[in-house]
Design a binder for this molecule. Structure first.
Ligand code: V47
Ligand code: SF4
Length: 371
């Protein structure tokens, strides 16, 4: 039970009462929260909402990633991962190599594979449908969460399919949900500067809208802590809140902290952990209609992930098994991997109740084998 802190200012009192009464916050309210210097107040208010939704439960899952290629036709200013064909450090897995990765997880109890990569110049829907089918033949029970809207836009175009046709073909092959990547910052003032040429805001939203209509749930992200201002973040979350009001298809929101190593924005540095915690709290409070808030621990680190649980976060994502390079290449955890026991210890030592979830946030009752 979250108790109202003593000695609140009149603005803090106004925000507390509005949230306690269950009223959605306005854009102006969100900006007031962002401008607040009272981190204790933000944590308490976000915890009020978090505990109303999830009590003291903190979710995690057992998952691994496949990054089929880091070859990409785009050059986003914040990206440390992408390479051009033939460039040193580039990779391109064959379907057989992808099968070999999946085969390592047979009998381990993992419930989800997360597949994202660079936007390859040549591969269309048929190629990606084929790799999903191959993975599902090896791991029939696995939930396939795959492809950002940025990748989907290009693969649909290459196969001369509408978003609906492309998504249906992938769903038929075994696609279960979409990850939230590629959203970055929707506001044109910022999008123009950091990723002008890839899927636009309207295209990102339309692809997720189409997926939701076809019964494919998805996640949403926001890349923060670079050249954007608070009002750009609020605008970003407003568009997500509006789409969620229309479709109800978002499972979770994942703020992604900009990491500075090896990319064209390195000179701007990174924001502090105070800013990370504040951003989690404001996201939890403003996005009242998105049920889950995820801290992606390879990006912010283990201690910050523990702290985030007291700032609105209810999900720490997964075991990962050192299978993603997007963040290690940008300065995040070098070898991101945690066992089920380590994740449970991380959560319980922060005062929360660990619950293993599947990709739709249903508790996994009796895990078959420990990963
Ligand atoms: O869209 C790229 C981000 C995203 C950097 O849906 C960077 O469960 C910080 O979407 N610093 C891809 N971020 C990853 C992603 C994701 C991650 C975890 C869980 C889920 C989910 C989705 O990574 C990109 C971009 O926003 N990114 N470079 C960087 N230097
Ligand atoms: Fe390509 Fe994605 Fe990197 Fe942009 S963020 S350059 S689309 S891999």
């Amino acid at each position: 039970m979250t108790v109202k802190p003593p000695k609140l200012s009149s603005t803090e009192n106004y925000l507390w009462e509005k949230v306690e009464a269950g009223h959605p916050l306005s854009d102006e309210d969100a900006l007031l929260l962002y401008e607040s210097k009272n981190l204790g107040f933000l944590g308490a208010l976000a915890s009020l909402v978090r505990e109303r939704l999830h009590g003291k439960v903190a979710y995690y899952n057992r998952n691994f990633h496949i990054e089929p290629t880091n070859i990409c036709i785009y050059e986003c200013a914040f990206c440390s991962f992408a390479r051009k064909p033939g460039e040193e450090g580039s990779w391109e897995y064959s379907p057989e190599e992808i099968e070999a990765i999946a085969a390592k997880y047979v009998g381990t109890g993992v419930t989800e594979v997360h597949i994202v990569g660079g936007v390859h110049p040549k591969r269309g829907i048929e190629y990606y449908a084929d790799i999903i089918r191959r993975i599902k033949r090896i791991l029939p029970q696995i939930h396939v969460k795959a492809f950002t809207a940025v990748e989907l836009k290009v693969m649909c175009a290459r196969s001369r399919m509408s978003y609906e046709e492309g998504l249906l073909a992938l769903k038929e092959a075994g696609l279960d949900s979409l990850p939230g990547g590629g959203a970055e910052i929707f506001h044109p003032e910022i999008r123009q500067q950091i990723c002008a040429t890839k899927a636009s805001t309207e295209e990102w939203l339309e692809i997720h809208r189409t997926a939701h209509r076809l019964g494919i749930p998805s996640n949403a992200t926001m890349l923060y802590g670079h050249i954007e201002s608070y009002h750009h973040r609020v605008h970003h979350m407003r568009l997500l809140r509006e789409l969620q009001a229309e479709t109800g298809g978002f499972n979770c929101f994942i703020p992604l902290k900009y990491r500075k190593e090896n990319n064209a924005l390195s000179h701007i540095g990174e924001v502090s952990i105070i800013e990370d915690l504040k951003n989690y709290a404001v996201s939890r409070l403003y996005l009242h209609n998105i049920p889950h808030l995820k801290a992606y621990w390879p990006m912010i680190g283990r201690t910050a992930a523990q702290l985030s649980l007291s700032f609105g976060v209810d999900d720490l994502d997964g075991t990962i098994d050192d299978t993603t390079k997007i963040y290690s290449m940008a300065g995040g955890e070098e070898h991101p991997a945690m066992s089920k026991e380590e994740l449970e210890y991380l959560i319980s030592s922060a005062g929360y109740i660990p619950v293993e979830r599947d990709s739709l946030y249903r508790p996994v009752q009796s895990p078959p084998v420990t990963a």
